[in-house]
Design a protein around this ligand. Structure first.
Ligand SMILES: [Fe+2]
Length: 446
């Protein structure tokens, strides 16, 4: 392969790192707030063979930094020990067409529920990790889980339930899964959709779950070609399905919307007769299967679904290339005052990323505030961690992410004061190894 033929996801800071390393007693520039006690951990796709057919297809590697009492105790990167790590050619579908959900890339996101740290990828079962980032193994929640489990599973701060979906290429194309606070599958319900689609994210309000039936359909041809087996379809109606969280297929109200794709939702909430979805929205993507660049436009939208009248209002809240939207865990499913996104800059060329900083959105005033990371410094998804005792509606707290410096080849763990994103970071820790541009993370508090 000549240099020009190497795809973006194998070059620069998208490229995999070769080693699992551990660094201890890391130097902190500035001051880590002593109240932060826990681990910031983020996923990336790090192909064990050094190559993969798509950015999303490498094996899951977690990059974690442990902070406590103002100190950065360690950084570690570890593969999630899935069957692919030992054998990249392992088959997840048997000759009889049965899917082995234990065969996962486990590369997309990570969260904690019921005391378990779960590494998630939407085609498979979750993988349990220890707080030292070692792999325990896959879980089906004591046999209750019979389908894939979404990477963008939500945890309800009110009930402690975990709300998820599993989607598949064979019927049932969609299954709704509700996991009890004690980690048991309380509900597993098939939902009718007309064709197999990619449903990367979903949304949860206090009383409803939202399904995103959007025009990215499964393509067997692309699957056989070894790339992302999904592509845009003009034949497929774009719809949002809203269902009571304890409801069934017959209770889903479907709202047809203008064709689009939503990789990531920020949040949803109930308001009177409506269910509101705040989300990043792309116009048509992947006319060629899995092609990341292209003429797709990205902006931030609000969909207001009226459960009484069946009408949906589609509003562009602002025009800015933002993605990786996040809301405080305590506001998940509740009307949020603040949200956070990664600003992708004006340049959609993944060969020359310009992830210029992290944006705070005030949904009450419509104002935004950006933390710009500086020339050549690319940020990634940021998570918000509330300050101790802060009002859950306030922005009192910390915003943390990994920021990569293209000039030095080094990656920093960066902590911002969320009340004023324009200020310099309050703490910065340069890591012993670069962290490739990846996907989703969380701060897992002690
Ligand atoms: Fe995602």
């Amino acid at each position: 392969m000549s240099a020009e033929e190497v795809p973006f996801h194998l070059k620069g800071n998208f490229a995999p790192v070769e080693k699992e390393v551990t660094g201890t007693d890391l130097r902190v520039e500035g001051a880590l707030p002593p109240e932060l006690s826990g681990m910031y951990v983020r996923q990336s796709a790090n192909p064990v063979t050094g190559t993969s057919g798509h950015w999303f297809m490498g094996e899951g590697m977690v990059h974690g930094i442990r902070v406590e009492n103002g100190k950065a105790l360690w950084y570690k990167n570890r593969y999630v020990q899935t069957p692919y790590v030992d054998n990249p050619d392992v088959q997840r579908i048997s000759d009889q067409g049965v899917i082995d959900f234990k065969v996962s890339k486990a590369n997309t996101s990570i969260l904690k529920h019921n005391g378990q740290i779960l590494a998630l990828e939407e085609g498979s079962f979750p993988y349990v990790l220890t707080d030292e980032l070692d792999t325990v193994g896959p879980t089906d929640f004591d046999g209750g889980l019979k389908c894939a489990f979404a990477a963008h599973t939500k945890v309800c701060p009110v009930t402690g339930e975990m709300i998820s979906i599993g989607y598949g290429q064979l019927p049932p194309y969609l299954t709704y899964v509700r996991v009890s606070p004690e980690g048991k599958v309380a509900q597993s319900t098939e939902i009718d959709i007309p064709a197999p689609v990619m449903m990367h994210d979903m949304a949860m309000s206090e009383n409803h779950v939202l399904f995103l039936d959007l025009p990215i359909r499964f393509s067997l041809e692309d699957a056989l070609g070894g790339t992302m087996p999904f592509a845009w379809s003009d034949e497929h109606d774009a719809r949002i399905g809203v269902m009571p969280r304890t409801g069934g297929n017959a209770d889903v109200k479907w709202f047809s919307i203008e064709p689009c794709f939503m990789f990531h939702t920020l949040n949803a909430y109930d308001e009177g007769d409506t269910v509101v979805l705040d989300t990043c929205r792309s116009t048509a993507i992947w006319r060629k299967a899995g092609e990341m660049a292209g003429d797709s436009e990205l902006s931030f939208y609000r969909y207001t679904c009226n459960m009484k009248t069946g009408a949906v209002k589609e509003e562009k809240l602002f025009d800015r290339r933002v993605e990786f939207p996040r809301v405080a865990d305590e506001r998940s499913g509740q009307k949020q005052r603040f949200g956070f996104c990664l600003d992708l800059g004006d340049n959609s060329d993944m060969e020359q990323p310009d992830f210029r900083g992290n944006l705070k959105i005030n949904f009450e005033t419509g104002e935004t505030q950006i933390h710009e990371t500086g020339p050549g410094r690319n940020s990634t998804e940021a998570v918000f961690v509330p300050a101790e005792g802060a009002d859950p509606d306030s922005d009192e707290g910390y915003v943390m992410s990994y920021v990569h410096d293209e000039n030095t080849g080094k990656t920093d763990f960066v902590v911002l004061d969320a009340t004023d994103m324009t200020k310099d970071p309050i703490a910065k820790v340069t890591l012993p190894q670069r962290v490739p541009y990846g996907f989703h993370g969380n701060f897992i508090a002690d």
